[in-house]
Ligand binder design. Structure first.
Ligand code: TYD
Ligand code: MG
Length: 457
């Protein structure tokens, strides 16, 4: 008897299932997001046989009786990925890497696969032929005997190969190209992505093999597929960067085994990705003369201190409504700082256009950048340059006071390392700080006016 074709409607933004088409998703309130997909309910027994899943159930146990297995992370030589993952690859973890086409996801994963010299890695590609991958590998500085390439898109076939090869790490390029025979819809559809991911997650958890999934992103920068894809995996990494510059940033947006505030920086060269271990050097532009509107702030990205350059342009507004534009900084925070400068500092910034740019394409959320943002705005307003051996760090409160920031020693050390002569910090950060061990001159300040008069702004 012919199988009855079963179709369901899926919300493309959150993965909500419905038997009927609906104009508005009841789960995420997105409009016109339902798409019909053909599904076939999976045959559980058949699935278990094909993947060798035991299907056994667990019983509850007291938390005091649970013993912690010392999980040994798999060490990797790539320092940037290692830090982003929280100190190595966790056995049995599933990591999703998203990024725009051509940004270098395949290059990064192939490079990692080749650099893991004594581990067997299976790189499954549904996008490129084995020859294409080989050509790419030729350009990379690593070579490994233990890296296997499989060009396949059916999950059942992949699992069969995996059963024979027993790789220690599995890489899937990309999750949108996979198809499972238990679901009838096309590759890349919500139900296929959901099914293939859950099969891979089951595989990872049962065999304790780490799995890396490469994922496409949509026009608006989200990972293509349902949002639940991100809930299902252990770690979500975003590989971003401007296609016109060679720097790439690897950012964690979710990590069950580490901090999400870590950041890895790479440079795309002709022979693969180079780790950038001292990012401050590239974030500070090489300028010969001092320009007004530029200030350097010391921030932290995760555990890593970064010195970044802030550029402002302040000019009288031609229209009634002054324009405020930020790149890499929160516009609401900029408006707040402008109000503080107007009200507490007496600077006339209400009727000026303000453009603010954090160089290097970074997005900074650390409030310690406030002081440098204020200094750069006032420097542009007054047409007075700030000397390029000065850096600033401190949060600005609504009263114009400079508040203390965390991990001040790391910030000062980074500034000193990069050759800055003077750093402005909050007076409250001076408590318990051993100033003698730094060569850099430390100015403790409590009010914005003190900073501006000391900088002769
Ligand atoms: P790729 O890894 O194919 O991107 P994705 O998988 O994210 O789509 O990125 C390829 C780009 O990187 C391509 O434009 C060529 C460039 N590239 C280099 O600049 N140097 C290299 O060594 C390699 C392998 C690629
Ligand atoms: Mg690719």
């Amino acid at each position: 008897m012919a199988k009855k074709v079963k179709t369901l409607f899926f919300c493309q933004s959150c993965g909500y299932e419905s038997a009927k088409w609906q104009g508005k998703c009841p789960s995420c309130n997105a409009w016109n997001s339902f798409v019909e997909e053909v599904v076939q309910k999976e045959n559980k027994k058949e699935w278990q046989e094909s993947t060798g899943s035991s299907g056994k159930t667990n019983s509850p146990q007291p938390i005091s009786k649970i013993t912690i297995r010392e999980e040994h992370r798999i060490p990797i030589s790539d320092g940037e990925l290692k830090r982003v993952l929280g100190g190595g690859i966790m056995p049995g973890s599933v990591v999703l890497i998203g990024g725009e086409p051509g940004i270098g996801k395949s290059t990064l994963m192939l490079q990692i696969a080749l650099s893991l010299q004594n581990l067997q890695v299976l790189y499954v590609s549904g996008e490129e032929s084995a020859q294409q991958i080989k050509m790419r590998a030729e350009r990379l500085p690593f070579d490994s005997e233990q890296c296997f390439i499989l060009t396949e898109t059916g999950t059942q076939n992949i699992f069969q190969q995996v059963k024979q090869l027993k790789p220690e790490i599995l890489v899937i390029d990309s999750i949108q190209t996979l198809t499972s025979s238990y679901v009838d819809s096309a590759a890349g559809s919500i139900s296929q992505i959901k099914e293939c991911t859950s099969e891979l997650i089951r595989f990872a958890k049962e065999t304790n093999t780490p799995v890396f999934l490469i994922g496409h992103i949509t026009k608006d920068g989200n990972l293509a597929g349902p949002k639940i894809l991100e809930h299902m995996v252990d770690t979500v990494l975003q590989f971003e960067g401007d296609r016109h510059t060679s720097y790439r940033i690897l950012r964690t947006t979710k990590n069950r085994f580490g901090s999400t505030s870590e950041l890895g920086i790479y440079e795309m060269l002709g022979h693969g990705l180079r780790e950038v271990s001292n990012p401050s050097e590239i974030l500070l532009s090489q300028r010969e003369d001092e320009l007004n509107g530029i200030a350097v702030g010391a921030t932290l990205e995760g555990n890593r201190p970064l010195l970044i350059e802030i550029q402002s342009l302040v000019s009288p507004s031609v229209y009634g409504n002054p324009q405020r534009t930020c790149t890499g900084f929160d516009i609401k925070r900029l408006n707040m700082l402008l109000a503080v400068l107007e009200k507490r500092g007496g600077y006339k910034v209400n009727f000026t256009d303000v453009f603010l740019n954090i160089t290097g394409g970074l997005k900074v959320e650390d409030p310690a950048i406030d002081l440098a943002v204020c200094a750069s705005i006032i420097s542009s307003l007054q047409d007075v340059a700030i000397s390029n051996d000065i850096c600033l760090t401190g949060e600005v409160g609504l009263g114009g006071e400079i508040r203390a920031v965390n991990r001040i020693e790391n910030r000062i050390m980074e500034a000193e390392k990069l050759g800055f002569k003077v750093i402005y910090i909050s007076k409250f950060n001076l408590k318990g700080l051993n100033q003698d061990k730094f060569k850099i001159k430390i100015h403790g300040v409590s009010k914005l006016d003190q900073v501006f008069s000391s900088l002769s702004l």
